[in-house]
Design a protein around this ligand. Structure first.
Ligand code: SF4
Ligand code: SF4
Length: 354
């Protein structure tokens, strides 16, 4: 079953009524992204946060985050990301606490997932897609061993991540659990262009459920660490091109020689042809829109609350999520988005939707 596409339809349906009838108001967020820290133990070339050099000043503690997230309704899914979430002191306790009331999802590079941690994560697995608990673990894997270690600049990273994946799969099989689903994510770049298809084979071999070849987003992230918000009316910088003939070959092999693993793409659901256009800097936003501000919120490591990577509506230290979600800034932005349908700055955002 393609849960991703079902989920997309649900959030679109949930957002349509407030978008067209509630004049800037949203019902209540059902998808919350939480960036727990910007620090990471790796140093990916394309990381916008700075990996090991990312600042940690003024970050909310795990306890503060847990307190702030208590206001999120039980039906919502909460995604934890970073930086690397497991670098954050108290992260595992935060995840365990939140997973007792909400569906949860984590993005990680996997290098901190020892066999013991893998067992704890699988124990958190939801019984079904509508149940509370951990539903998805997204693990970054940027290439085969040499390429991955070069991109993330750490000699033992690949081995650690593969070992984490194998532990997760072993624990899941041992307990006969479907959830958490395991997704392997690879950001397409000139360094791994020849390894996208082999990565899909590796994903299947280690027992992952989903393989996700992702486009490299160039949307500026300095809002999270420098407090400067670029204009959404300007397109993000062009993506560094790749040899699209080679990329096409790789994507065609995934399409034609499918090995049974579920394929997702980022931005959500874009076709392989659009991925090629994106890397030729010819991607068109025609036909796309965004519903995120009507159903979602982002919380930065410093507690800033966002309805879009470009738009801060407040800070968790100033007020609760319930109060902030429909404040004046949020309502104004939703009205603008409804009027414009999409902005030049949306190019490459993972919340784009048709
Ligand atoms: S794993 Fe993610 S957070 Fe860490 S350096 Fe790479 S891109 Fe940045
Ligand atoms: S698609 Fe555009 S409006 Fe929507 S969250 Fe992304 S950048 Fe913001």
């Amino acid at each position: 079953m393609n849960y991703s596409s079902i989920y997309q339809k649900l959030i679109k349906a949930y957002s349509l009524f407030p978008k067209y009838f509630l004049d800037g108001y949203g019902l209540w967020p059902i998808q919350v992204y939480v960036e727990v820290t910007y620090r990471c133990n790796l140093e990916c070339e394309f990381c916008q946060f700075g990996g090991q050099r990312a600042p940690t000043d003024n970050e909310l503690s795990a306890d503060e985050l847990r307190e702030g997230l208590r206001e999120v309704g039980r039906g919502a899914i909460i995604s934890f990301t970073g930086g690397e979430p497991f670098v954050k002191r108290g992260f595992m306790g935060l995840l365990e606490g939140v997973s007792t009331r909400n569906r949860t999802h984590i993005f990680t590079n996997g290098t901190f997932i020892t066999d013991d941690v893998a067992g704890r994560l699988v124990k958190l697995g939801a019984r079904n897609i509508f149940d509370k608990g951990l539903v998805l673990i997204g693990v970054s894997l940027e290439g085969l061993e040499e390429t991955h270690n070069t991109i993330v600049k750490r000699a033992d990273a690949f081995q650690r991540t593969i070992s984490a994946l194998r532990s997760l799969v072993r624990h899941k099989r041992g307990k006969g659990k479907k959830f958490p689903l395991i997704e392997i994510k690879a950001v397409i770049s000139e360094k791994n262009i020849n390894e996208i298809y082999p990565l899909s084979l590796l994903a299947k071999e280690v027992g992952a459920d989903i393989f996700n070849p992702m486009t490299m987003s160039t949307i500026p992230h300095e809002s999270r660490t420098l407090d400067t918000y670029p204009s959404i009316f300007n397109p993000p910088p062009p993506v560094r091109g790749v040899e699209t003939g080679l990329l096409k070959e790789q994507l065609d092999r995934i399409r034609n020689e499918s090995n049974g693993i579920q394929i997702r793409t980022t931005p959500q659901g874009i076709s392989f042809e659009e991925i090629l256009r994106y890397y030729e800097n010819r991607f068109s936003l025609k036909g796309y829109t965004c519903y995120f501000p009507w159903h979602g919120l982002g919380v930065s490591a410093r507690g800033d609350v966002l309805v879009c990577p470009y738009i801060k509506i407040g800070n968790l230290r100033e007020g609760g999520l319930r109060e902030l979600f429909n404040n004046q800034k949020a309502r104004e932005f939703r009205r603008r988005l409804k009027r414009h349908r999409i902005f030049p700055g949306c190019l490459g955002c993972c919340n784009l939707i048709r």
